[in-house]
Design a protein around this ligand. Structure first.
Ligand code: F3S
Length: 769
C-alpha cells in the first residue's frame, strides 16, 4: 500500500481559483459596502454577475435569486443515473465542470464486506456499466463499487476551502468540514452545473452558531449537531446557512466539523460553513493536498475564509461546548433529542422494551479516523475486561482509504475481537440495504451513528426505531444491550461479578503513519479525458434503465386555458409529514432509479390520505373507485387528466431525491399546493415543470379534497412579467360550489421559463442546441 502522505496528488483541478474569487469578492464588497459573513463571501464570490444580482438595493438574504457558477459536481450511483440520463438529453460532449460518480448506495449489507460487495456488483452490474460508460464518454471521474461513500471521498479528495460544489445527495454539505460550500441538490440542478448553465439559488439567510467552551468527556461534535437538531427542529434551518464561529470551532478536527456539516441537512439547512482552521490545513496535508493547503493559507490571509468583523447574522445561537452532554435522537425523526442522562427514563415513560437489536457505526456521517480510533479505544477497554458486544455490532467504513488505514493500525482487528462485523465501504444499512426480512413488522430499536432515522429507512420495517447517537455512545451501549445504559455513569457486570466502567474514549484525528490508500483498483483516473466514441450501455429490455422522454408542456394546443394551467383534478390531500422517502421510497426501489416507469410504481405509497387517514389509499371520484395512490395516479394518466396534490407543512423534507418530483410529473401532476415546502424539493418540482404554490392561509388546506377541480388565475400575468403578479386558485368542489383562495409562489423569471417549457431540461435543450 502507498502512503498518501508521500503521494503528491495532481491538485490542478481541485485548487479553487482563489485569485478570481477574491477579485469577484472585491466587486461584491463595492456593491454591498458592509461587513460580510463567511457564507456570503463564498457564495457571492460565485455569482456570475454580482452587480445584476446584488445591486437592486433591497434585501439580499432570503429575497434575491443568485445566478451561480459551481466549480464541481459529485453524484452517487442512485441519483447519478437520472442526472446522467438528463445530461445526455442536453446533447453536450463533456461536462462543463469536473464531476465525479460514486458507487455507494447500491451495495448491500448482509454478510460482510467481501461477499456483499461481490454480490451487489453482480446484482447491479448493468447500472454500474451504464454509469462507467457515461463517465468515460463525458470525462467524469468514476469511483468504483467498494471505493467508499461519496461524502467521505469528496472530503478526502475534492473538498477545498471556499469552493462551491453541488452534489446529488442531501448530505453533500459534509464537505463543509473542510470549508467547502457544498450543497445537496437534485440531478436536474447538477445538470445545470454540468451543462454550464447558471445555477440559481435564492440567497439563504445566515444563522450564526457561536461556539464557546470545550467539549469534554464523552461529548463529541455529533452531540453538538444532535443537540442543535433538537433546538432547531427539522425545519429550523430551512432557507438558511448555518455559519459556525467562535473559539469553539478552532479546536475541532476537520472530520468532526464534517459530521456537524453533514447533519445540517437534518435541520433543512442549505449548507454549513466554518472558518478556515489549522486543522483543515493539517487534513489537506494528510490527504496529499499540500498545494491546496498553501493556496488556502494565502486566501485566508487575504480575508476570504472567515467572516468580517461586525458581520451580521439573521439569528445567533449560543452554544457552550463545555455544557454539552451526549445526546440520543429519535425515534423516527432526527430532532427528537434527549440527553443521555434522561434517555433511560424517556424509554421507560414510552413503555418501550429496554433493549435494542443492533448497533451500527460508520456511514458518511461518522467514519473518520478519529471516530474509529475512539471506538477502538472503547473496544480495547471492554476486551481487556473480558466483554464482548451483546447485540450485532456493524461497522461501515466511509472509504477504502479509511478501511485500509484502520486495518493497518489494528483498529479493525480490535473491533472484530469484541464481535464487530466490518461491512463494505458503502452506504449499506444507512439506506435500507440491510436485513429487509428478519425484523418485518416487529417493534424493535436500533442504535446508529448515522444521520437519518425516518420510518423504514434502515431495514424497510416501519416498527424499527432508529436512535441516533455518537459512534462512541453506540459502541459503549452495544456492550450493555440496554437502551437505559449511560456509559458516563453506569457500570457493567463482569463475569467475575465485579463492576466495569468505561473511561471516556480517546482517539487520534489523523494517523501518525499517514493515510494508506488501500486497493487502488477502486480509484478513478484523475481528470479523465472524454471519449466521444464511447457507447453508453443501456439494454433495450432493461428493467433498471430507461432513456428519458421529455415531458410535454402544460401549455400546448390542447390547453384551452392558454397560459394558465389546464383544469386540474385533486388526486389526494396528504396528511402531515411527507418526506421524499414517503413520496419515493428507497430500499428495494433503489434498483429502479434509472427507470422512471418502474420506479413510479412506488409513488407516495407511505403517504397518509387526510380523507380517511389511511396509508396509500386514493379515490377516483369520477368513477367511484378506491385504489392505491399509484393505481389512481395511473388512471388519471391513462385518461390524460392532469392533477394536483394538496399537502401539509414542509412537504418534501429529507433529501434531494428528484424522483420525488419526477414521478408525480410522470403520472401527470402539474401543481402541488402546500402549507410549506422543503427547499430542495420545491426546486426539484420546478425543474420538472410542476408548479409549487403555497397557501397564504394555511387553513385553506382543509377546504380542498380529492376530485375537486383547481384552476390557476394569474399565472399568465406572471409569465408576462406583470409586476406583483399573484396567483389565485379557483376551487370547484364535487357538489359544484366554487370559491377562490389566495396563494403565493417562489418562481423566478427563469423558473417560469422552465414551467412554460415543460421542464428545466426542455428549456436548457432549447437554448443549448
Ligand atoms: Fe450514504 Fe447514508 Fe450517507 S445513504 S451518503 S451513508 S446518509
Amino acid at each position: 500500500a502507498t502512503q498518501i502522505s508521500q503521494v503528491v496528488k495532481d491538485c490542478s483541478s481541485i485548487t479553487p481559483p482563489y485569485a478570481a474569487l477574491l477579485q469577484k469578492l472585491d466587486h461584491v464588497r463595492k456593491v454591498l459596502d458592509r461587513p460580510l459573513t463567511l457564507a456570503e463571501k463564498i457564495l457571492y464570490s460565485h455569482i456570475i454577475d454580482p452587480e445584476a444580482s446584488l445591486s437592486g438595493g433591497g434585501r439580499i438574504r432570503g429575497e434575491a435569486y443568485l445566478q451561480l457558477q459551481p466549480e464541481r459536481v459529485a453524484m452517487q450511483d442512485a441519483s447519478a443515473q437520472m442526472a446522467l440520463l438528463q445530461f445526455m438529453s442536453a446533447g453536450l460532449a463533456q461536462t462543463a465542470v469536473p464531476s465525479s460518480i460514486h458507487c455507494d448506495h447500491l451495495i448491500q449489507a448482509a454478510e460482510g464486506a467481501e461477499s456483499d460487495l461481490k454480490r451487489s456488483i453482480v446484482t447491479n452490474q448493468e447500472v454500474f456499466d451504464f454509469l462507467e460508460s457515461a463517465a468515460r464518454k463525458y470525462g467524469i471521474e468514476f469511483w468504483r463499487p467498494g471505493s467508499g461513500i461519496i461524502h467521505q471521498i469528496v472530503l478526502e479528495n475534492y473538498a477545498a476551502p471556499g469552493m462551491l460544489m453541488l452534489g446529488t445527495d442531501s448530505h453533500t454539505p459534509n464537505a463543509g468540514g473542510l470549508g467547502m460550500f457544498a450543497i445537496g441538490v437534485g440531478g436536474a440542478d447538477a445538470v445545470d452545473a454540468m451543462t454550464g448553465t447558471p445555477w440559481e439559488l435564492k440567497a439563504p439567510n445566515v444563522i450564526g452558531i457561536h461556539l464557546t467552551g470545550k467539549l469534554n468527556g464523552w461529548a463529541t461534535t455529533k452531540d453538538l449537531i444532535l443537540y442543535l437538531a433538537g433546538k432547531l427542529t427539522v425545519r429550523g434551518g430551512t432557507g438558511s446557512i448555518l455559519e459556525y464561529f467562535g473559539t469553539g470551532v478552532e479546536e475541532q478536527s476537520c472530520t468532526g466539523l464534517a459530521t456537524i456539516a453533514n447533519m445540517g441537512a437534518e435541520v433543512g439547512a442549505t449548507t454549513s460553513t466554518f472558518p478556515y482552521s489549522s486543522n483543515m490545513h493539517a487534513y489537506l496535508q494528510a490527504t496529499g493536498r499540500s498545494p491546496v493547503a498553501a493556496a488556502a493559507d494565502v486566501a485566508a490571509a487575504k480575508g476570504f475564509l472567515s467572516a468580517d468583523k461586525g458581520a451580521e447574522y439573521d439569528d445567533v445561537i449560543e452554544i457552550n461546548l463545555s455544557e454539552l452532554e451526549p445526546t440520543v435522537n429519535g425515534p423516527f425523526t432526527p430532532d427528537l433529542a434527549t440527553p443521555i442522562s434522561q434517555f433511560g427514563k424517556f424509554v421507560q415513560q414510552q413503555g418501550w422494551k429496554d433493549e435494542f437489536s443492533a448497533a451500527l457505526i460508520g456511514s458518511c456521517t461518522n467514519s473518520s479516523y478519529e471516530d474509529m480510533t475512539k471506538v477502538a479505544d472503547l473496544a480495547r477497554q471492554a476486551k481487556e475486561a473480558g466483554l464482548t458486544t451483546k447485540v450485532p455490532f456493524l461497522c461501515t467504513p466511509g472509504s477504502e482509504q479509511i478501511r485500509a488505514t484502520i486495518e493497518r493500525d489494528n483498529v479493525t482487528s480490535t473491533l472484530e475481537s469484541v464481535g464487530a462485523v466490518v461491512l463494505a465501504n458503502a452506504c449499506g444499512p444507512c439506506i435500507g440495504q440491510w436485513r429487509r426480512t428478519d425484523k418485518k413488522g416487529k417493534e424493535n430499536a436500533i442504535l446508529t451513528s448515522f444521520n437519518r432515522n425516518f420510518k423504514s429507512r434502515n431495514d424497510g420495517n416501519s416498527q424499527t426505531m432508529n436512535f441516533l447517537a455518537s459512534p462512541t455512545i453506540v459502541t459503549a451501549m452495544a456492550f450493555s444491550g440496554k437502551l437505559s445504559f449511560n456509559p458516563q455513569t453506569d457500570s457493567l457486570n463482569l463475569p467475575s461479578g465485579k463492576p466495569f466502567k468505561f473511561a471516556p474514549p480517546s482517539g487520534q484525528d489523523l494517523p501518525s503513519a499517514g493515510f494508506t490508500q488501500g486497493d487502488r483498483t477502486y480509484y478513478p483516473e484523475p481528470s479523465p479525458k472524454p471519449e466521444p466514441e464511447m457507447e453508453i450501455v443501456i439494454k433495450s429490455d432493461s428493467q433498471r434503465l430507461e432513456l428519458l422522454e421529455p415531458f410535454s408542456s402544460h401549455f400546448g394546443p390542447s390547453n384551452s386555458r392558454g397560459l394558465e394551467l389546464p383544469s386540474l383534478k385533486v388526486l389526494l390531500r396528504v396528511r402531515g409529514k411527507c418526506t421524499t422517502d414517503h413520496i419515493s421510497a428507497a430500499g428495494p426501489w433503489l434498483k429502479y432509479k434509472g427507470h422512471l416507469t418502474n420506479i413510479s410504481e412506488n409513488l407516495l405509497i407511505t403517504a397518509i390520505n387526510d380523507e380517511g387517514g389511511e396509508m396509500n389509499v386514493a379515490f377516483d371520484r369520477d368513477n367511484n373507485t378506491t385504489g392505491t395512490i399509484p393505481e389512481i395516479a395511473k388512471q388519471f394518466k391513462a385518461r390524460e387528466q392532469p392533477w394536483a396534490l394538496i399537502v401539509d407543512d414542509n412537504y418534501g423534507e429529507g433529501s434531494a431525491r428528484e424522483h420525488a418530483a419526477l414521478q408525480p410529473r410522470f403520472y401527470g401532476c402539474a401543481m402541488i399546493l402546500a402549507r410549506s415546502f422543503a427547499r430542495i424539493h420545491e426546486t426539484n418540482l420546478k425543474k420538472q415543470g410542476v408548479l409549487p404554490l403555497w397557501f397564504v392561509d394555511k387553513a385553506d388546506y382543509s377546504k380542498i379534497g380529492s376530485g375537486d377541480v383547481l384552476e390557476t388565475i394569474g399565472l399568465a400575468d406572471a409569465f408576462e412579467g406583470k409586476p406583483n403578479a399573484s396567483i389565485k386558485v379557483k376551487v370547484t368542489k364535487l357538489d359544484g360550489v366554487t370559491f377562490e383562495i389566495p396563494t403565493r409562489h417562489t418562481m423566478s423569471v427563469d423558473q417560469l421559463k422552465w414551467l412554460r417549457a415543460g421542464s428545466a431540461l426542455n428549456h436548457i435543450r432549447s437554448t443549448k442546441i
